[in-house]
Design a protein around this ligand. Structure first.
Ligand SMILES: Cc1ncc(COP(=O)(O)O)c(C=O)c1O
Length: 394
């Protein structure tokens, strides 16, 4: 391995939300942070060089985006997924969540309904609530091994409601770790076409697909599906540069591209900051080798957790994610109340994870573990959880 993802990192001067906001969020600073989705891993060296070069220029005025900014993103998409798009369909936005909030409002009318699949990243439901639209949920179904699939019968029933006009897809899926198969996405696309429902595809995790799995951009499936889909993505999760705060959205329809551009213009948030401008391009240009080694590291961490749980804490259920660096741990087998599970994790194990209930009602009794860190942190987390579970059993 060229890169050492097990290097101990010191984020004490990094203004890291993951470390510094723990006290406010979890009521204690004395926890192992395995929550918010960034990595305790240094980014691609060329990204650092590009940012240092920009910093050395010592002028941080308004920036302009060269064509190469979008072209590099489109080239990455074609190289990684075999999907060719016109870079002119891309637009910059300050983040996927801001885009989602804007698009819920612009793609639907006030009396319309928006469909999401739970459990899912909390801003999905929040964006619908913020937009004052009605939320409709299609629950993912879990088999006895903790593997989630889509309930297509229920999905069709919900999509057939003529008030449902937008479906927000999470692909790959946070938190259940599924990389949806092409056949699954084809069905989703066909159903949305059949019932005239637009697709907002959040594909921010699409590069973080573990060995043996393949991501299909839903818009790449057919021209018809591409035409009803707006895809949001970013290199921020992929290369651990979320603090640079930028993202892309792909608009197949020119008039919608223009409307989005106008809205960003009205709020005057159309520009990158100087560091995302150069950091993003450097990541897509130089990050491929780093990413392929990272995926091996994440795969090793995921396997470690799966094996540890199987051998030492079989009361907890989980499965190896196909994508993302998030693991979805099911504590319901402990027969504790949700409050007791939270207490066990925070007060005894002292591990900060995202509470599953925030991802939808069917996330109750679960917690989301972030494994994008050096192995020793994952080992520490698992040993702490094991000890806390033993204490409960005593
Ligand atoms: C599915 C999903 N979408 C969006 C985001 C955040 O995107 P952004 O920081 O660009 O708003 C996350 C962060 O974890 C995520 O998991």
């Amino acid at each position: 391995m060229k890169f050492n993802f097990n290097e101990k990192v010191d984020r004490s001067k990094n203004h890291a939300a993951k470390w510094e906001e723990m006290g406010k969020k979890f009521g204690s600073d004395d926890l192992l942070p395995m929550w918010i989705a960034d990595m305790d891993i240094k980014t691609v060296p060329e990204v650092v060089e590009a940012i240092k070069e920009k910093a050395d220029q010592a002028i941080f005025g308004y920036v302009y985006r060269p064509d190469s900014y979008y072209e590099t993103a489109a080239q990455w998409l074609e190289k990684r997924f075999g999907y060719k798009i016109n870079p002119k369909t891309l637009i910059h936005s300050p983040g996927v969540v801001p885009s989602m909030n804007m698009l819920v409002k612009s793609l639907t009318k006030e009396d319309e309904k928006v469909l999401i699949q739970t459990p899912v990243y909390p801003p999905f439901a929040e964006s619908v609530k913020n937009g004052k639209r009605t939320l409709v949920t299609n629950e993912l179904v879990k088999d006895e091994n903790g593997y989630y699939t889509m309930d297509f019968e229920d999905l069709e029933r919900k999509l057939s409601d003529e008030k449902v006009t937008l479906f927000i897809l999470c692909s790959p899926h946070n938190p259940v770790g599924r990389v949806w198969k092409k056949e699954e996405l084809e069905k989703v696309g066909e159903l949305c076409l059949k019932y005239n429902v637009r697709i907002l595809a959040d594909e921010i995790w699409r590069d973080l697909v573990l060995p043996g799995h393949t991501h299909t951009p839903i818009a790449s499936i057919s021209k018809e599906i591409e035409d009803i889909t707006i895809t949001c993505f970013s290199p921020t999760k992929t290369f651990n540069i979320a603090g640079l705060q930028a993202s892309f959205a792909t608009f197949p329809r020119e008039e919608e591209w223009k409307a989005f551009d106008t809205e960003l213009g009205e709020m005057d948030i159309k520009r990158n900051n100087p560091f995302s401008l150069v950091g993003f391009e450097a990541a897509y240009k130089h990050g491929e080798e780093w990413l392929s080694e990272l995926l091996e590291h994440l795969d090793g961490n995921a396997q470690y957790v799966v094996d540890f749980i199987k051998e030492r804490i079989p009361e907890i259920k989980t499965f190896k994610p196909e994508g993302t660096y998030l693991m979805w741990l099911d504590f319901n087998g402990l027969n504790l109340t949700p409050a007791e599970i939270t207490d066990m994790l925070l007060k005894d194990a002292k591990v900060a994870m995202n509470d599953g209930a925030g991802f939808g009602a069917n996330g109750t009794g679960f917690a989301r573990l972030n494994i994008a860190c050096p192995r020793y942190m994952v080992e520490d987390a698992m040993e702490r959880i094991e000890k806390a579970v033993r204490n409960i059993k005593k």
